[in-house]
Structure formats: C-alpha cells, structure tokens
Design a protein around this ligand. Structure first.
Ligand code: SF4
Length: 331
C-alpha cells in the first residue's frame, strides 16, 4: 500500500457570525495516500470547500478560524508552521484549481506569463526557461497549437481551455497533491468528461494524489478511489468507490445515489430528490443533522449525534445510528 501523504485528524473550522458560531467543518478525519484520488462529496454548504481551504490555511480570519485538529502533510503539521512555510507548500507541493477559471486568471496577462510566473516562483526557473516550459505544459494538457496559443489572453480561450490552463498552472510545479474544487461544474458534459479524464491521467502518470470536491456523485464515479460523503460539516460515510456504489449505507448517501439520472431507468421514471433542504449550520437540530430529511429516523436520532462506526476494512465507516452499536443500532 502506498505511503500516506496527508493525514487530517479531527479538523474543526468555525465562523463567528451574528447568529452565533457556525461549525462549518466539525471534527473530520481522513487520509490521502500517494497517487490516491479522493472525492469529497455533498450538497452546497456541507463543508467540503471549507475543508479544502482549511488544508491550505486559506480561511479568511476573521470571521473564520481553524479551532482544532491537525493537518499532517508528509508528517508535518501545517497548522503549526509559520505563514512562509505554508506559502511554499501552497502552489508548490499542494496545488488547487477552482470552479471558475475566469476569476482565477488575470485577464490582462498572457497565458504563458501566468504559467511562467508559478514556475519562476516555486521552481526558481529563469524567465526564458519558464516560458518554454509553459508552452510545453499547454501542449501536454491538450491545447492545440500550444506555442502560438501561449501568447493569447484568457478571454481568447473557451471555458474548457481556460480550465485546462488552470490545470497546467497547478501541475507546473509537480505538486504531490492537486485539490480540484468543482473543476467541471461550469462546463458542458463533453468538456467535463475530457477534463476529468485529463486529471485522472495526470494523477496516474505523475503519481499525484488528487482531492476532488463535487456535489455530483456521478462525477466521482469514474475517477475516484475513495469517497467521503459530507453533510452539515461532518463526514457521514467513507468508503472505496466500489463499496460506496455497490452498497451505500448512510440514508443520505443512498439519497444522493438515487438522485443520479440512470440511462436504464426509462424516460417516464421521475428522478428522486432528497426531501427538504440542508440544515442551517447556525441552528442545527439536536442529534443527527440529517434527521428532518431521513425516512429511517428513530427516537435516538433526535437526541444524540451518531458516532462514527467502522465497518470492515478502512476506509469503510459510517456515522448513523442504524449501524452504531448500542441503543437503536447494531448489537
Ligand atoms: Fe437517519 Fe438516524 Fe441515521 Fe441520522 S442517525 S441518518 S436520522 S437513521
């Protein structure tokens, strides 16, 4: 088994708001191995993006703050290093691509200069060498006529090509980990498939680990090795992709899977949608936060938060009273 690159233990990130302290990420733990593709999945506001901003210490403070836990990258806790140490990790060893490349690219700078800037900063290359490498990277990520297009500005590229440029910038420094936050949401399905294929192939070629954040379980099916399903700031189910799709355990995961359109379902079948909406994190109900939407809820679910229960080999675990030992759950 490959070595563990990243170990997140009991991470907590909160935001102080006028309505009280919001626990956006509440006591989550997971590991990422070399070459592994991990999916963080859940609806908007479940804490997946805050988790990843926390990994790079990019939480705006105030109102946010990381209130507990450890983030061990190659054994070193990123939460205790000074800002300069974390800045070197950011963009160098851990790189990130965002949902909307247009807001991440500088509209006034040529594409080649933007990629070269990262190479000069993190790999100490001279300007000429960095520009040549930038054109090489554009070619590697499938930009046609890469040398000429390197001199274009972002508005001259299509949405899919801009996302490819973001990927080129992210991988330019050979990161150990690529964090992709909803990288295909703004793209049509054909380009979406190409971008996912590109990320998957880069991960395989470079033994780069990937954390893929998405609200769409369909997106992670073909690319991830492991999936963490998040709800209301907690990881409610962790499993290998095969186990999760073959035998989802948590009622929320089952709801998410039932919400994916199926090609064999027939055109008259209504697509399932999970009733209700995600809870307000500033005023969570007692017990399990999924209870108001859960058709399996029991009396204990409204009283106590279910513990994380490990089932079989790691990473298989679930946070639901249906599987916990003791009252209401498995004996
Ligand atoms: Fe449903 Fe209870 Fe499980 Fe929560 S703990 S998901 S309410 S059965």
């Amino acid at each position: 088994m490959e070595e563990i690159l990243l170990e997140v233990n009991n991470l907590r990130t909160v935001f102080d708001t006028e309505y009280g302290t919001v626990k956006a990420v509440d006591d989550i733990s997971f590991t990422l191995r070399k070459g592994e593709v991990l999916g963080l999945v859940g609806e908007s506001g479940c804490g997946k993006s805050v988790t990843n901003l926390s990994l790079l210490r990019l939480i705006p403070e105030p109102p946010g703050r990381i209130s507990g836990g450890r983030i061990l990258f190659k054994g070193k806790d990123l939460l205790v290093g000074d800002e300069e140490e974390v800045r070197l990790v950011r963009g160098g060893s851990i790189a990130m691509i965002f949902q909307d490349p247009m807001t991440s690219l500088n509209p006034l700078l040529k594409i080649s200069l933007q990629i070269a800037e990262a190479l000069q900063l993190h790999r100490g290359m001279g300007r000429k060498e960095a520009l040549a490498k930038a054109a090489e990277l554009l070619k590697a990520i499938g930009i046609p006529d890469a040398e000429a297009r390197a001199n274009d500005y972002p508005h001259q590229f299509s949405g899919g090509m801009r996302q490819r440029v973001m990927i080129a910038m992210a991988i330019s420094c050979n990161p150990d980990i690529l964090i992709a936050d909803e990288p295909t949401t703004a793209l049509d399905v054909t380009i979406q498939a190409q971008i996912l294929e590109l990320i998957k192939s880069l991960s395989g070629e470079n033994t780069m680990s990937v954390i893929m954040i998405t609200h769409d379980l369909g997106v992670v099916a073909g690319i991830c090795d492991t999936i963490c399903v998040m709800y209301a700031g907690k990881i409610v189910e962790k499993a290998s992709v095969d186990d999760l799709f073959a035998q989802p355990l948590h009622p929320y995961t089952k709801g998410l899977l039932d919400s994916i359109p199926r090609i064999d379902a027939g055109s008259r079948k209504r697509l399932y949608s999970i009733p209700g909406s995600p809870p307000n994190l500033a005023s969570l109900p007692p017990g399990c936060p999924f209870r108001p939407r859960c058709d399996k809820a029991m009396e204990i679910c409204g009283r106590e938060m279910p513990p994380e229960t490990s089932l079989g080999d790691a990473p298989r675990s679930v946070r639901c009273w249906l599987y916990a030992s003791g009252e209401g759950g498995l004996e």
